[in-house]
Design a protein around this ligand. Sequence first.
Ligand code: ATP
Ligand code: MG
Length: 139
Amino acid sequence: MATNRTFTMLKPDAIENGYLGKVLDMIVGAGFEIKAMKYTRLSEDEAKKFYEVHAERPFYGELVEYMTSGPIVAAILEKDNAVADFRALIGATDPAEAEEGTIRKSYAESKAKNAVHGSDSDENAAIEGEFHFNAAEIF
Ligand code: ATP
Ligand code: MG
């Protein structure tokens, strides 16, 4: 996958709190093009695998429980400098530390329930995109 792509999930709190449309509007308004999109719910195995890098962290169990607690929207996004620009758009992990105008500052509930995921590298963007979408689902 090209390095001008990133992967996102609108997390269960964003959907539950009714922010799906507002968050998508911010993403598209910031110049990201939607290459793939799916409304789905992660299984426990999928959530564990997705956040495997955090398996030893104390919040891992809580994170898996939360990420499987309701539907999410998964998407592949395209834009120049996609990974870094999307991380800037979503803001810091903890909304209390996120800058004004970021998605997390506007819509996240807490550090755990923080509304949105963004890939942290081009390599992970490709891995995460392929985790959720096959070639026929990417436009
Ligand atoms: P994400 O990978 O979801 O985009 P991030 O890269 O900003 O978030 P990570 O350090 O990768 O942050 O943490 C992954 C997710 O685990 C966070 O988004 C959050 O939902 C949860 N998390 C991280 N730190 C904590 C914590 N101290 N307590 C509870 N949950 C946490
Ligand atoms: Mg991360």
